[in-house]
Design a protein around this ligand. Structure first.
Ligand SMILES: *[C@@H]1O[C@H](CO)[C@@H](O)[C@H](O)[C@H]1NC(C)=O
Ligand SMILES: *[C@@H]1O[C@H](CO)[C@@H](O)[C@H](O)[C@H]1NC(C)=O
Length: 264
């Protein structure tokens, strides 16, 4: 992809942008922790340009900011990424999440976006078990990035929402290192890592006015509020029956068999 600067400088439209080695791409299925990861990556990469009190994240939704600098995001499966991305040395950070929480989140999100009050969680669950949701089956999506993260670990980082939640310091440092923006000893000593974690936390972002009432221009998403529902791990227990959990577990076991990827 062309950086913002160079595409502005060029007077002729670039009709076939290609990935640059400095590009960073945030990849995920919807509802897997995309917003959180975007905010973290943006904050880590730009921490020498903006302080936490003057960062543009205070007045714009993270989804609007991610195309600044050489930062991009996609929900596409790895197999569908442009060849130039696969050939370049750009970095891709993938985030996934336990699929049970994804289903519940997806159901809330789609009902909100498309105004589908009668669409049941059971219907959404069936669609998910058949792999018929947007961007393809959950298991293929995760496996595509998982396989490549094993093959090219310096280009593709595979993260899990639950691990990020569980050990934010270690995972944030891991992310910063992967991105090529590791924290210095000085930053670690002065608490920069924790400041970034606190700033990027669900509760902080959710309460910013832009996320409560804002809306992305020209987006079908009716309100930014929809990006900040619960953020909890394991909330599916309150929504999905044990029989349904078993059904999806069996689907996953079959689809992931033969690979080293598993979801607990
Ligand atoms: C990932 O690798 C496993 C074997 O390790 C293979 O069975 C599977 O088809 C691959 N999937 C994708 C989407 O690359
Ligand atoms: C959401 O969080 C971002 C911080 O990244 C903030 O800029 C925004 O105002 C918040 N609110 C909404 C609704 O996006």
């Amino acid at each position: 992809m062309e950086s913002k600067k160079s595409s502005l400088a060029s007077s002729t439209p670039n009709i076939s942008p290609s990935a640059q080695d400095e590009d960073i791409i945030v990849a995920s299925k919807p509802q897997a922790g995309t917003t959180w990861l975007k905010v973290l990556v943006f904050t880590i990469v730009n921490r020498h340009f903006y302080t936490l009190s003057n960062t543009p994240l205070n007045s714009a939704n993270p989804h609007q900011l991610i195309s600044h600098f050489e930062l991009f995001s996609t929900h596409l499966p790895y197999s569908m990424l442009a060849d130039s991305i696969k050939r370049s040395n750009c970095r891709i950070v993938y985030i996934t999440r336990n699929p049970f929480d994804i289903v519940v989140s997806l159901w809330h999100f789609m009902r909100g976006v498309y105004n589908l009050p009668d669409w049941s969680l059971e219907d959404c669950f069936e669609m998910f078990c058949r792999g018929e949701e947007s961007y393809g089956p959950f298991w293929d999506h995760a496996l595509g990035y998982w396989n490549m993260s094993v093959e090219k670990p310096s280009n593709i980082l595979f993260m899990r929402y639950e691990e990020l939640k569980e050990d934010q310091v270690a995972q944030t440092k891991r992310l910063a290192e992967f991105l090529g923006f590791p924290f210095s000893m000085e930053e670690e000593k002065t608490g920069v890592v924790n400041q970034i974690i606190d700033f990027c936390s669900f509760n902080n972002l959710k309460d910013l006015e832009v996320n409560k009432t804002g809306k992305i221009p020209r987006s079908i998403i009716p309100s930014n509020k929809l990006f900040f529902r619960s953020g909890e791990v394991g909330d599916y227990i309150n929504h999905i029956s044990p029989a349904a959990v078993e059904r999806l577990s069996n689907v996953l076991k079959e689809k992931l068999s033969g690979s080293s990827l598993a979801f607990n």
